[in-house]
Each structure stands twice: as structure tokens, then as C-alpha cells.
Design a binder for this molecule. Structure first.
Ligand code: PBG
Length: 330
């Protein structure tokens, strides 16, 4: 039994800044962050995204500078998302397999400019399909699993060949991690890691992202036939277990803040590198709350990111990565 009041006064530990610093159980570091970037065609382009104030789409010629900025701040990895031109979006997402598509050219540009930064690419078909779903659809509009997986495997291979360090299947098809791992092994990409969006929920927080990649207006129906029901957590543990058994190196929980219970359970149960995605709608909530004067922006950024660490996250994908790294550096 430990002492009780007045022998024990918990406030002693909070009585000065140095004491608080000394006793902090968790700390933020720039290496905790993965920075998602949106890419567009064109030259010298910086396109604002209406529902993501402060986030832009960048043309490939501007990406090297972005990667340098991130690397200089100590951010280890960048995640890339393309806004595929409308004319290249088709029923069967052929553009996803084009070795010179936006994403492949972007990966090469970053690797040329800043070889020491990691590059993560998203494996899913939604930036390439005319209907905005993450996979192929049948006559009834349902996303078909196995035919989609065959394309995702090719997509992952094309991204690895372009130089991606981590491929991140975000599509929630069954069996895709094993299929991707198998092809990476076979084609000599042993060091390309798989970060599985293992527990990805059908969430209302993805709206601004869909605007950013241009799938918002196209999407017919919703993604509940493949993404998880927000009611479930035992199912998340099964998904993680399966993806690990199939060969995922790291797992991800998404969205972030509303799903910290899932992050904590996954980390406790499996003890594997567990990432969380603070998604576009979460970013927008912080920016809008701060702009409305409801709270201090910098404090919201740091407090929410620290909450991920406390829950056990290994790292966080966040649109605030650069702002946060700057705030930490002081
Ligand atoms: C698509 C994908 C989505 C996000 C990452 N990859 C959207 C979706 O599933 O509809 C969301 C990220 C964000 O909202 O920031 N496969």
C-alpha cells in the first residue's frame, strides 16, 4: 500500500515545469509522424482543398521541396495520395497499374530528391475508379473481393517497382495481405514493408480526403460492405490477427482519435508496431474549432497527437505532421 494524503500529495509532481517534464510518461517526437501528401498533375501547382484548410495538392515538381522540409524536421516517412485526372478514372481502374501514373512518378521524384526519407503508398482503387469504390463492382454495385485482390497485387508491385518503401493496403478486401506479400517475395522486393490498414472503419470522418483525391462526387452508396462497423472492436482484433498471420509488418487503426480504444487493445493484444491515422475529418475539426475561437490550435494539435502515444500508438499519420514537428522543436 502506498501512502495516502497528506503524506502523499500528487500535486507535488505537477508543481513546476521541470518536475512535469521529468515525470512525463509519454513524449512526442518528429519520428512519431507520417505526413500524408496529395498530388496533382501539372507544373508548379499548389491547389488548396476546400474542406482541408491549410492542406494542398502539390504537383510532382514541388514534392522534392516538401520531402526536404519533412526530412529536415526529422519526419521519417511521407504517405502519397494521387488526384487522378478525371479522364483516367475507369470502371476497372486500369490507371492504378500504369508504371508512369501520378503516384509512381511522385515516388521516383521524392526518392531522387531525398533518398533518406521513407515513402508509403496506398494500395486501393478509389483514386482510379469511375465509381469511387476501393475495388471492382458487380452489376449490383457490390465490391467483389477476389478480382479486386488480383488487381491490388499488381498495384502494390507497380508501386514497389517505382521505389515505395511501404505499401499500405487500405481497401479492406479479405486475403489481400497474403497475396501482396507473396508477390513482393517472388519479385525480390523483400524489404518492401506492408502496413495493413487492418482495422479500418466505415467512417464519416473521411469526407475531406475524398474531396482531396477527387472521389467524393463519384461514390455511389457507401463502403459498409467492406469497411468495418464503428460498433465493433472484437472484430478489429480478428482483422489485425488475420493481417499479421498473412504477413503484415505493421498494422494501422483508422480513424484515430475516436478509435483510441481500438489502438490500445490492438497494441496490448499483439505488441506489434501499431499506427493510427488521424484522418482528414479529424484534421478539419481541429482547424475549424480553432478558427472559430473555440480552442488554441497548437494546443489541440499537440494534445491530440500525445493522446495517440498514450494509447500505445507507435506512430501517427497526420496532416499536422510538419506543424507538430515545428512545435516540438520549439
Ligand atoms: C481510400 C482511403 C481513404 C482514406 C485513406 N485511404 C478514404 C476512404 O476509405 O474512403 C482516408 C484518409 C483520410 O480521411 O484522411 N482507400
Amino acid at each position: 500500500m502506498s501512502a495516502s494524503f497528506p503524506a502523499l500529495r500528487m500535486r507535488r509532481g505537477r508543481s513546476s515545469p521541470w518536475m512535469r517534464a521529468m515525470l512525463a510518461e509519454n513524449r512526442l517526437h518528429p519520428s512519431d509522424f507520417i505526413w500524408p501528401l496529395f498530388i496533382c498533375e501539372g507544373q508548379d501547382c499548389e491547389e488548396p482543398i476546400g474542406s482541408l484548410p491549410g492542406v494542398n495538392r502539390w504537383s510532382i515538381d514541388r514534392l522534392g521541396a516538401k520531402a526536404k522540409e519533412a526530412a529536415a524536421l526529422g519526419i521519417p516517412c511521407i504517405a502519397l495520395f494521387p488526384n487522378t485526372p478525371a479522364g483516367l478514372r475507369t470502371e476497372r481502374a486500369e490507371e492504378a497499374l500504369n508504371r508512369d501514373n501520378l503516384i509512381c512518378r511522385a515516388v521516383r521524384a521524392i526518392k531522387d530528391a531525398v533518398p533518406q526519407i521513407g515513402v508509403l503508398t496506398d494500395v486501393a482503387l478509389d483514386p482510379y475508379t469511375a465509381h469511387g469504390h476501393d475495388g471492382l463492382i458487380d452489376e449490383l454495385g457490390n465490391v467483389v473481393n477476389d478480382d479486386t485482390v488480383s488487381i491490388l497485387v499488381e498495384q502494390a508491385l507497380v508501386q514497389a517497382a517505382a521505389g515505395a518503401d511501404i505499401v499500405a493496403p487500405s481497401d479492406m478486401m479479405d486475403g489481400r495481405v497474403a497475396a501482396i506479400r507473396e508477390v513482393l517475395e517472388r519479385e525480390d522486393y523483400q524489404n518492401v514493408a506492408i502496413m495493413a490498414y487492418a482495422a479500418k472503419y466505415a467512417s464519416a470522418f473521411y469526407g475531406p480526403f475524398r474531396e482531396a483525391v477527387g472521389s467524393l462526387g463519384r461514390l455511389k452508396g457507401d463502403k459498409r460492405g467492406y469497411q468495418m462497423d464503428p460498433a465493433n472492436i472484437e472484430e478489429a482484433l480478428r482483422e489485425v490477427e488475420l493481417d499479421l498471420a498473412e504477413g503484415a509488418d505493421f498494422v494501422m487503426v483508422k480513424p484515430g482519435l475516436p478509435y483510441l480504444d481500438v489502438v490500445a487493445r490492438v497494441k496490448d493484444a499483439f505488441g506489434v508496431p501499431t499506427f493510427a491515422y488521424q484522418v482528414s475529418g479529424e484534421y478539419a475539426m481541429i482547424e475549424h474549432a480553432a478558427a472559430a475561437g473555440a480552442a488554441d490550435r497548437n494546443a489541440l494539435i499537440l494534445e491530440t497527437l500525445l493522446a495517440f502515444k498514450r494509447a500505445g500508438a507507435t506512430g501517427v499519420l497526420t496532416y499536422h505532421a510538419v506543424d507538430a514537428a515545428r512545435l516540438i522543436a520549439g
